[in-house]
Design a binder for this molecule. Structure first.
Ligand code: FES
Ligand SMILES: [Fe+2]
Length: 414
């Protein structure tokens, strides 16, 4: 693929029209809109959408622009008490988007209120996730998401609680960042620690219409490592801070630590211990894992929802990342990361809802994404080099290629 693809302003503008105004995008969660008047702004490129819960309880979306002289109506999140008043000249709309009041109206020529409702945007909800689409003629959300909805149904996303929410700006074209989440080929370079617990070599890939997936075996070390024995896996997972699987293993009744040496009782395989403790914990917490295969219980199943959302899915836990282009700069974007856990009622009541954190570029957000973000802005810089005209993709990077092919269909009808 030509490097031009990642720096061209012309292409970036074409994407604004041909991609971002035609695809379903995850804007917020239904729980972000608890009351009538609750709103969330969703920004993508130079477009801003206001998602608003009406006084009838219905969640709607509108272009976030005043119909008088174009002021942006709201930013961030908040709650409008009775109506949405534009801060500029105080034109006011009710919570369903209908024009309610125009100050000094007799100074305007006669006009029909209905022509000055807020401009609506398609808005549909799946499992508590609110999606918007700027194309009024778009297919339904469920048709767009298929077959991901069927694949994800047994995980019961709607039962999970968001426990972390963060946004960070990045110095890269949005596609550079998306690409960076679609392969495991970079683990040996960027995340070498993961090779001790994850088999990148035997990871499999699946193209799912416009979306895609990869299935990474967990609890087994990469055959790339000279020593990829069970002990390597156990030692890595025994380390506090080794993530979700480490926590699971350390809770396992098989886990033992003596004199600083970790082992599993009766030499039970790591994957079996992970599977058993996952099922036992699920049952104890009353979670329905009945639809999940043994692989889904243990492995890291990674989904890409075209064009900008990726998701690492495990039993009772998932991590999503969303990448959005900047409003004016082709070589900047926003990275949003959300962590979800299936909590017990008790845990949920003890835990205050995750506050959204907007952090500066370079802030540490987690070991694995920090490693990605120390690498990817340098890839963006490389796209300008006179020493490279195009990039080359291997079979392991088939999801990257597929992502760009689907993009091209929207951009050029190819
Ligand atoms: S721009 Fe909003 S009321 Fe004038
Ligand atoms: Fe990575």
């Amino acid at each position: 693929m030509p490097t031009e693809r990642y720096i061209s302003e012309e292409l970036w503008r074409l994407e604004q029209n041909q991609v971002w105004k035609r695809v379903w995008q995850w804007a917020c969660l239904e729980e972000d809109l608890p009351n009538p008047g609750s709103y969330v702004e969703y920004q993508v490129g130079d477009q801003s959408v206001l998602v608003l819960r009406g006084d009838d309880g219905v969640v709607r979306a509108f272009h976030n622009v005043c119909q008088h002289r174009g002021n942006r109506l709201r930013s961030g999140t908040g709650t409008a008490r009775e109506d949405i008043a534009c801060p500029y000249h105080r034109w006011t709309w009710d919570l369903r988007g209908d024009l309610k009041h125009v100050p000094d109206r007799d100074g305007f020529p006669d006009f029909d209120d209905a022509c000055f409702s807020l401009n609506s945007v398609r808005c549909e909800i799946w499992e508590g996730f609110v999606f918007v689409n700027l194309d009024s003629k778009a297919e339904s959300l469920l048709d767009y998401l298929s077959p991901l909805t069927e694949r994800l149904a047994p995980y019961h996303f709607g039962e999970h609680t968001r426990t972390r929410s963060v946004t960070m700006p990045l110095a890269a074209n949005w596609k550079t960042i998306v690409d960076g989440f679609l392969d495991v080929y970079h683990l040996q370079g960027v995340h070498p620690q993961l090779l001790k617990v994850l088999d990148d070599v035997n990871t499999t890939y699946e193209l799912l219409g416009r979306h895609s997936a990869m299935y990474m075996p967990m609890g087994v070390a990469s055959p790339r490592l000279r020593d990829h024995s069970e002990q390597v896996v156990i030692d890595e997972l025994a380390r506090a801070g080794s993530g979700f699987h480490g926590k699971l293993l350390r809770q396992s009744e098989y886990f033992m630590e003596e004199g600083g040496k970790a082992s599993l009782r009766d030499g039970v395989p790591v994957r079996q211990a992970l599977l058993e403790v996952g099922r036992i914990e699920g049952e104890a917490q009353g979670r329905d894992y009945s639809g999940l295969s043994d692989e889904q219980m243990v492995d890291d199943h990674h989904y890409f929802l075209f064009p900008n959302t990726v998701c690492n899915v495990y039993a009772g836990h998932f991590i999503t990342a969303r990448i959005r282009p900047d409003a004016t700069d082709a070589e900047r974007c926003y990275f949003d990361m959300f962590i979800f856990n299936w909590l017990s009622d008790e845990e949920r009541s003890e835990r205050r809802a995750a506050r959204h954190a907007a952090v500066d570029e370079g802030t540490e957000v987690g070991r694995v994404p920090d490693q990605d973000f120390s690498a990817l802005p340098n890839v963006q810089l490389g796209m300008h080099s006179d020493g490279l005209e195009s990039i080359l993709l291997s079979e392991q990077e088939i999801r990257v290629l597929h992502f760009h092919q689907v993009l091209d269909q929207l951009l050029f009808g190819e």
